[in-house]
Design a protein around this ligand. Structure first.
Ligand SMILES: [Zn+2]
Ligand SMILES: [Zn+2]
Length: 327
């Protein structure tokens, strides 16, 4: 399908600045009509056969330049339940990248040139968002050490405490990207602004690239459980922070049944070729967060340090936490 202007017949695309459908030809807003109900890779506008890869769900027709969405790739089991429409426009993404990499004086000249920015693409990336209601049992021993001096003698008293915890933690919308894009970089883009999730409508994809998920949601469950386990460990540590050392004898988490939703999240991608390497930079299409490393020109001085340090996964995604402490 594609979206056409009722007034002039121009191609209508989703405009992140206004949050409306915009006619690139006459400048009209929200005056679109949906067209085309044809075979998956035929352009609804010019009839041209498009050789899009099997995982592409939205793209630009190479013949007429109209943006289109492949019906069969956003329907049935491939129909996303929700989407966060872009709020960061292409110009805004460029501005944010320039700001982020302004101090990268060792980057090659062409890195942030307008020519290279042709490679900047707005993608709707398929994600699965998982809900888990977990129950963790912990049994361990904590130590407290007290030292004091009396006369010429130093005394040390070590006390041992049994620590029992039964902790219920509910997690909601823990994301896993379901594409070829680098998992670690996608993790760094988090959190997306989940309050901006809306019911999926194909029109939001007009003007952007879109993909379908590579594998069903069960494939990504181990990854999500790993993320959640780290969080649970952190919550447990907070609950016995008064001890100087803790030995865990039992640490078991029951994850229960996974619930997942299929959602499309907005990401600007920029793949910059330099030498024999491709540098991938990402801009979160709703928060504007920039992730990636600038290439370093060998001609310039070395001594460049990594821009992004530790990966932080926001615990704030835990919607509700019920902590039951047995002493
Ligand atoms: Zn128009
Ligand atoms: Zn076409």
């Amino acid at each position: 399908m594609n979206f056409q202007c009722k007034n002039c017949g121009g191609n209508m695309v989703f405009d992140p600045d206004s949050g409306k459908m915009h006619c690139e030809h006459c400048g009209g807003f929200d005056c679109e009509t949906q067209r085309g109900d044809r075979s998956v890779t035929v352009c609804a506008s010019c009839g041209g056969e498009i050789s899009a890869e099997a995982n592409v769900s939205a793209t630009k027709c190479p013949y007429c330049g109209n943006h289109l969405v492949f019906d069969e790739r956003v329907e049935g089991s491939y129909e996303p339940e929700e989407i966060i429409p872009f709020t960061v426009s292409k110009n805004k993404a460029i501005e944010l990248m320039k700001k982020t990499f302004k101090k990268r004086t060792f980057a090659p000249k062409g890195f942030l040139s307008s020519l290279s920015f042709r490679e900047l693409k707005g993608n709707y990336v398929p994600f699965f968002l998982y809900d888990y209601d977990t129950m963790t049992d912990f049994d361990g021993v904590g130590t407290k050490v007290k030292t004091w001096t009396k006369g010429n003698t130093e005394y040390t008293e070590t006390s041992y405490y049994r620590i029992l915890r039964k902790m219920r933690a509910k997690f909601s919308k823990v994301p896993a990207d379901a594409t070829f894009l680098a998992d670690d970089k996608m993790d760094l883009l988090e959190p997306f602004a989940y309050e901006r999730l809306v019911k999926f409508m194909p029109k939001f994809m007009s003007g952007f690239e879109g993909y379908i998920y590579d594998f069903p949601s069960s494939t990504y469950e181990p990854r999500i459980k790993g993320k959640i386990s780290n969080d649970i460990s952190g919550l447990l540590r907070n609950s016995y922070s008064e001890f100087s050392g803790v030995r865990a004898d039992v640490l078991e988490t029951d994850f229960g049944e996974a619930k997942s939703e299929y959602a499309l999240l907005p990401v600007w991608t920029y793949f910059y070729k330099f030498g024999d390497k491709t540098y991938d930079i990402y801009v979160n299409g709703v928060t504007g967060k920039v992730v990636g490393k600038a290439p370093v020109s060998k001609k310039k001085v070395l001594g460049y340090s990594a821009f992004f340090g530790a990966m932080i996964w926001i615990i704030g995604q835990a919607a509700m936490l019920l902590l039951e402490v047995i002493r």
